[in-house]
Design a protein around this ligand. Structure first.
Ligand code: ZN
Length: 432
C-alpha cells in the first residue's frame, strides 16, 4: 500500500447562530492572525450592505475558520464579515437612517437576526509538523482568483526569510520614512531587497528576478536559517540608505530604491575604499533623483536645460524600470546606477589576491637584508615573516605590487595593524 503524507486539513461544514458571534469574540474564541489579514479595511458602505443582506436573508457566503492549538477559531477567510457583525451587534458602526441600531431593534427583528445562520468551513490539521504549512497553503488556495497581491501572498508564508524581512520593515528607520504601507507595500520592498541580497551574484553582476515563483523557492530555501553575517550585511546596507538620504527618503520610489540598494551592496563588497561612501551617496542620490523626477514618462520633450541625449538615457531607464521584476530589468537599473556613480567617483576594486605568497615574502626578505622594519631585528625566515600591505588591502593595495609591501615579524605585524587601526579611529573622530 502506498502511504501518503496527509497535507490537506480535515474540512467540516458547520454554522454559528449570529447571536453567538459577540460571545465568541468576547470570550476570545475568535483569533485574528495579523499575519494573514489586512486589518479592518472595509468601507462604511460595505459594512452597511452586509447588514442589509442579513436582514434580507441573503447569503453572506461561507467563512473559513481554522481550529488552532488553543481551540480558537483562526480566521482564514471572512474577517471583514465577522468584524462587521461583531461591531453591529455591539452598536459600533455608524449607520444610515434606514438601518436600525442593534440595541434599538424590535424584539421580533432581534430574534430573527440572532437566529441567522453564518456558515463556515472548519479546518483541522492532522499533522502537527506540517500544520503551519497547511494553513498557508489552504489560505493561498482560497485566495486563488481573488485580488490578493504579491506582497500579501509573500506575507502569508512563514519561516526565517519572512522573520528577517519583517523585522527590518518594523525596526529599520529607512522604511519608517518611506511613504504608504498600503497592502504591505513596504514589507514587499523589504522582502525584495533581502531576496536580491541573498541571491545576487554581485561579482558577475547577475541578479535574480523578484517574481512570485522566485520568492517561493527562496522562502523555502531560507526556511530555517540565514547566516548572521548575511543578515548583518543586509542591515548595514539599509543603514547606508537611511543615513545618506534621510528626509529624501520620503520621495524615494521602489523603482529607484532597488538599484540604489544593489549599488551600495556592490560597492561595500567589491570596492577598495568606501571611507567616504555616505557623503558620496548623499550627493549622488540627490542629483540623480532630481533629474529623474524632473519629467514624467509621457513627456515627449526634455525639461528645460536637459540635453536631448540625457533625456533619452533617463527615459530609457524609466521605461525599463516600469513595474518590471525580471532579472534583465534589475540588471539594467543596476548598471545604470553604477555607471552614473562612476561618472562622479573612481571605483577601484579590491585586489582579489589577499595574501603575499612565499616567493614574494622571500623577495622582501632579501630586499630588507633579513631585518624587520618594525623592530629592526633579524627575522628567521624559516619560521617567521609576515608581509604587510603599506597601502591597506581594503583600500585597494595590490598584493602583487611589492613596492608597497614590507616584511615584518608576525608579532610586529599584529602590533602595527593595531596601531594603524587606532590612528584611523582617532582621525575619524577628529573629522567630527
Ligand atoms: Zn619585528
Amino acid at each position: 500500500m502506498i502511504s501518503r503524507k496527509q497535507h490537506i486539513p480535515d474540512i467540516d461544514f458547520a454554522n454559528f447562530a449570529l447571536g453567538n458571534i459577540k460571545n465568541l469574540f468576547v470570550q476570545n474564541k475568535i483569533y485574528i492572525n495579523e499575519e494573514y489579514q489586512r486589518g479592518d479595511v472595509w468601507k462604511q458602505g460595505q459594512k452597511v450592505e452586509l447588514i442589509k443582506s442579513i436582514f434580507n436573508s441573503y447569503s453572506i457566503g461561507v467563512l473559513v475558520l481554522y481550529i488552532n492549538d488553543k481551540g480558537q477559531f483562526e480566521i482564514l477567510d471572512g474577517q471583514q464579515r465577522l468584524l462587521t457583525i461583531f461591531k453591529y451587534v455591539s452598536d459600533k458602526i455608524d449607520l444610515p437612517e434606514d438601518v436600525t441600531k442593534y440595541s434599538e431593534l424590535e424584539e421580533n427583528d432581534k430574534i430573527f437576526l440572532n437566529g441567522y445562520s453564518v456558515y463556515y468551513l472548519k479546518l483541522k490539521s492532522h499533522n502537527p509538523e506540517t500544520k503551519e504549512e497547511d494553513i498557508v497553503q489552504t489560505f493561498l488556495r482560497l485566495q486563488e482568483g481573488s485580488p490578493l497581491n504579491k506582497a500579501e501572498k509573500i506575507n502569508a508564508y512563514r519561516g526565517t526569510f519572512k522573520d528577517v524581512f519583517l523585522q527590518e520593515r518594523i525596526s529599520q528607520p529607512m522604511f519608517t520614512l518611506m511613504q504608504g504601507d498600503k497592502r504591505f507595500r513596504l514589507r514587499l520592498l523589504s522582502a525584495e531587497l533581502l531576496l536580491l541580497e541573498l541571491e545576487s551574484d554581485f561579482k558577475n553582476k547577475i541578479f535574480p528576478s523578484i517574481d512570485l515563483p522566485t520568492f517561493k523557492v527562496v522562502i523555502n530555501k531560507y526556511r530555517s536559517k540565514i547566516s548572521d553575517i548575511k543578515v548583518k550585511f543586509f542591515r548595514g546596507n539599509l543603514d547606508y540608505i537611511y543615513e545618506s538620504m534621510n528626509m529624501m527618503l520620503t520621495a524615494l520610489t521602489p523603482r529607484d530604491l532597488i538599484p540604489l540598494y544593489l549599488l551600495i551592496s556592490y560597492l561595500r563588497k567589491h570596492r577598495a575604499d568606501n571611507s567616504n561612501l555616505k557623503n558620496e551617496l548623499s550627493v549622488f542620490i540627490e542629483n540623480i533623483l532630481q533629474e529623474l523626477n524632473s519629467f514624467v514618462i509621457t513627456d515627449t520633450k526634455p525639461p528645460k536645460g536637459m540635453p536631448a541625449n540625457r533625456f533619452k538615457t533617463l527615459m530609457e531607464y524609466k521605461t525599463q524600470a516600469r513595474g518590471a521584476t525580471t532579472s534583465e530589468s534589475i540588471k539594467y537599473r543596476f548598471d545604470f546606477f553604477l555607471s552614473e556613480f562612476e561618472k562622479q567617483h573612481k571605483i577601484i576594486l579590491k585586489d582579489t589576491k589577499r595574501l603575499h605568497d612565499k616567493e614574494q615574502k622571500r623577495i622582501l626578505y632579501l630586499r630588507q637584508k633579513g631585518i624587520c622594519l618594525e623592530c629592526n631585528k633579524i627575522i628567521d625566515f624559516r619560521i617567521d615573516g609576515s608581509a604587510h600591505h603599506v597601502l591597506a588591502h581594503k583600500d585597494g593595495g595590490k598584493t602583487d605590487d611589492l613596492t608597497k609591501a614590507v616584511l615584518l615579524h608576525e608579532k610586529c605585524h599584529q602590533k602595527l595593524e593595531k596601531r594603524i587601526s587606532k590612528e584611523n579611529q582617532n582621525n575619524n573622530l577628529k573629522l567630527f
